[in-house]
Design a protein. Structure first.
Length: 253
């Protein structure tokens, strides 16, 4: 992993590799506090013991088989009210990478930012922001991607190797991922929010399709119509559009 050399302007030019750690997001956070992280700093580990996902879920990853990393960004141009635009940019970057190996319509982003192939989870993103004067100050982008792992305790998880029957060099894929991330981040910085929002909706899991969801312990049928600027999911329920935060709605898979 120490030989990773992405062809980027700043993403991954500062690289911190740890054979094992509790969470790459935690390590990145510590580096920020100590003022030791430049923008684009990447923390990578081969074995993450306390990886976190959305809603406080744990992240299962066999050591040495998958990608577990965090990237430090300083998106001071992103207003807090529009912070989900960063989620969109990062989700698109990860999808850009995976599409080079799985170029079909089954690859989707499950709101807010999990990567799915069919009904199985291929990867996840956890973004932790700090705020200053109504703008983002720092963002730590945690990315987990199932690459070479061939079995999971969770039967809803899947890896790239399982889907293609091939084994991959993690270093090469990480370099590609960091390039994709920088391209999408610079697009966001250039103000291309509408373009990215449009692309995000095209790969949004269950977009404009009728499915059941769990809301306040009740199963409700609805159709995803989009995502608001603040990141809330827009769901059409009985001809009315309702918006839900991350912890207010669950998918029924």
């Amino acid at each position: 992993m120490q030989n990773i050399a992405p062809k980027t302007l700043f993403t991954g030019q500062q690289l911190v590799y740890l054979p094992q750690c509790d969470s790459t997001n935690n390590i990145a956070h510590d580096l920020l506090i100590k003022n030791k992280a430049t923008e684009g700093c990447v923390v990578i580990t081969s074995a993450q013991t306390r990886g976190r996902g959305q809603r406080g879920n744990s992240w299962e990853a066999e050591p040495g088989k998958n990608i577990t990393l965090s990237v430090v960004l300083k998106p001071s141009f992103v207003a807090v009210a529009k912070q989900f635009s960063l989620n969109i940019a990062v989700s698109l970057a990860v999808a850009d990478l995976v599409k080079t190996f799985l170029p079909d319509q089954r690859l989707k982003v499950k709101w807010p930012n999990d990567l799915y192939y069919g009904n199985k989870k291929l990867g996840g993103i956890l973004i932790e922001n700090t705020i200053s004067n109504l703008y983002l100050q720092h963002s730590i982008i945690g990315i987990g991607l199932n690459i070479n792992q061939l079995s999971f305790t969770n039967n809803q998880a899947v890896s790239l190797a399982q889907l293609t029957g091939e084994e991959y060099a993690l270093e090469t894929i990480i370099e590609q991922l960091l390039s994709c991330l920088e391209i999408r981040y610079l697009e966001l910085k250039q103000g291309k929010l509408a373009k990215q929002k449009f692309e995000y909706l095209q790969i949004l899991f269950r977009y404009q399709e009728e499915y059941n969801y769990l809301i306040a312990d009740t199963i409700i049928s609805g159709k995803i119509l989009g995502v608001a600027e603040n990141g809330k999911l827009g769901l059409q329920v009985d001809n009315e559009i309702k918006y839900f935060d991350f912890k207010e709605i669950s998918y029924i898979l």
